[in-house]
Every structure is written in structure tokens, then in C-alpha cells.
Write a protein that binds this ligand. Structure first.
Ligand SMILES: [Zn+2]
Ligand SMILES: [Zn+2]
Ligand SMILES: [Zn+2]
Ligand SMILES: [Zn+2]
Length: 304
């Protein structure tokens, strides 16, 4: 077993503590610079080859822990028993008389250039190369996965942008159409309202005149004047489109939504309803009490 690896073994025997700079594998102890000089000259240790202590410390512990002298006889191993695969000292030989024993030097000499040693060295190299290859291969797989993911994410985002753009276009088109319809509808309603307003003003004027006539006119004036008012409020389809009053007081109008011609009595009861097919009709006017003319681009007459 190796002794203290930080102080000089020889000096410590002389009760001197000195840091060792070398390690002698033969003596199995550390030696200082000074002792190394003597060690090199002494006949017993002249053949030893000390190594720098840092080199010794870089050896793995299972190597530095290898016993180099016999644990039973405390003598250097010199022999090797092939049967027991054990190093032995000269004193151990008695226990291995029947074994094939050779010198330790014979089995250890040139071992570092032996086939067994070189084979292990190349197997270690091969293993590391294989690990390296596998590592490179797997790393390249990881990179491929990353690239593929990035590509797919990019494609998904592109698709999404296209869909968004398409939806934006659809939205814009629908809103534009809606705006057009809104304008058209409002314009139509506005026209109807302004016509109604005109008529309302006219009827209000008629009513005022009627009241004055009622209060202040003679019977003859009333009889003749009232005809003027009646003429005034009979539209004859000249202004308001699609409706008129009959002599009997029927309100006749064309219903755009029901696609029909409708006549309503003065008591608000439905008098007549006639489907207008295929045209919705545009304007109507009374020819007489039993005939209504309807325009829709093609002139036609409808009796009721
Ligand atoms: Zn020393
Ligand atoms: Zn030595
Ligand atoms: Zn022994
Ligand atoms: Zn043996």
C-alpha cells in the first residue's frame, strides 16, 4: 500500500517534514529533491525511476492502491503464479510448488506493447468513436426536429394569415354591400317621407279652407267649393306611387312585400286582395270604380 503522498518518506524517518516532489514506484514512497540525488546514487535504488508527484497523483486510485510487496512476508513481489494469476514473493513459492511459476519481470516486461494491452487501447478508442458517432447522429436528429418544427410553425402562421386576409376581404365586401343597401333603402324612405310631407301640407291647407268654408261660406259656395277640395285630395297616382283612393272611399294600394294589390274600406276592413304575379307592380291608378291600372314597365289592367 502506498505511504503518505505529500511528504518525503526518507526525511520523515529522520524526523524532518519535507514536501516530496517525486514518487518512487520501487520504494513506494515520496521523495524530496535532496533525497532524490542520494536515491539516484545508492546502489539499492539506482535502478529506480521516480516520477513527478503530480503524475503519480493523476493515476487512478485502483492503480496506486495496488500492493507491490507481499502482504504476508513484506518482501517485493518477484515471481508470478500463472495458475493463481497472482504475484508472489520468494517466500510464497513454497505454497505454489505445484504451480507454474515464472518471474514477474517476464510477465510484466514489455506489457505496454503487448497485443493484449494494445487491443484494449484500440477497443477503448473504438468505443469512444462509436459514442461520438451516435452522439453526432442524435444531435443531428435533434437539429432536424427543430428545423421541421420551425418550418411547420411558419406554414401554420402563413395559412392563418391567408385565412385572416380572406375573412377581412369578405367582411369588407359584405359591409360595403350593406352600406349600399342602407343608402338605397334610406333614399327610398326619404323620398316617400318628402312626398308625404308635401301631401300633408296640402291636406292641412285643405282642412283649414274646409273649416273656413264650414263657418263662413254660403251653401252654394260650400257645394261648389268642396268639389275643388275633393279634386285636390284625389291623387290620381300623380304624386304618391302605388296608392290611391276610390270614389267610394276605398284605399287601394300595392303591397311590395305581399306582392299584391290591396283595397281597404274606410272602416279599416280588408275589402279585396289580389296577388300580383310575377311582377310586384310599381304604380297604380283608378280608371273607374271597378278598374285599377298597374304599371311595372309592362302596362296592364287588373279588374276587381
Ligand atoms: Zn528527503
Ligand atoms: Zn526508490
Ligand atoms: Zn510472500
Ligand atoms: Zn500458485
Amino acid at each position: 500500500m502506498a505511504s503518505n503522498t505529500s511528504i518525503c518518506g526518507i526525511c520523515s524517518l529522520r524526523q524532518i517534514t519535507k514536501v516530496c516532489k517525486y514518487w518512487c514506484p520501487g520504494c513506494e514512497e515520496g521523495i524530496c529533491d535532496e533525497c532524490k540525488e542520494h536515491h539516484k546514487l545508492l546502489k539499492a535504488t539506482r535502478s529506480h525511476e521516480p516520477i513527478p508527484i503530480s503524475n503519480y497523483k493523476s493515476l487512478p486510485s485502483f492503480i496506486t492502491g495496488i500492493q507491490q510487496s507481499c502482504i504476508y512476508h513484506n518482501e517485493q513481489y518477484q515471481q508470478y503464479c500463472v495458475e493463481h494469476a497472482l504475484p508472489i514473493c520468494f517466500k510464497c513459492i513454497n505454497d505454489h510448488r505445484k504451480c507454474n511459476v515464472t518471474t514477474l519481470e517476464k510477465v510484466t516486461n514489455n506489457f505496454k506493447t503487448s497485443e493484449q494491452f494494445l487491443d484494449l487501447e484500440s477497443r477503448l478508442d473504438d468505443l469512444l468513436q462509436n459514442f461520438d458517432r451516435i452522439e453526432q447522429n442524435r444531435n443531428s436528429n435533434m437539429t432536424n426536429i427543430d428545423e421541421r418544427k420551425t418550418q411547420l410553425v411558419k406554414e401554420i402562421r402563413q395559412k392563418r394569415a391567408e385565412i385572416n386576409k380572406h375573412l377581412d376581404n369578405l367582411e369588407r365586401q359584405i359591409i360595403e354591400k350593406l352600406g349600399e343597401k342602407e343608402c338605397q333603402s334610406k333614399e327610398c324612405i326619404q323620398k316617400v317621407l318628402s312626398i308625404l310631407k308635401e301631401k300633408e301640407t296640402m291636406v292641412t291647407k285643405c282642412q283649414t279652407n274646409f273649416l273656413y268654408i264650414k263657418q263662413y261660406a254660403t251653401d252654394l259656395q260650400t257645394f261648389l267649393g268642396i268639389k275643388d277640395i275633393e279634386k285636390e285630395i284625389t291623387t290620381n297616382g300623380q304624386h304618391i306611387k302605388g296608392c290611391c283612393m276610390s270614389e267610394e272611399g276605398l284605399f287601394v294600394h300595392r303591397s311590395f312585400f305581399q306582392k299584391s294589390l290591396i283595397a281597404i274600406a274606410s272602416n279599416n276592413k280588408l275589402k279585396h286582395k289580389m296577388q300580383l304575379d310575377p311582377s310586384n307592380g310599381f304604380d297604380i291608378t283608378l280608371i273607374d270604380e271597378t278598374t285599377v291600372a298597374i304599371t311595372d314597365g309592362n302596362l296592364g289592367k287588373v279588374r276587381h
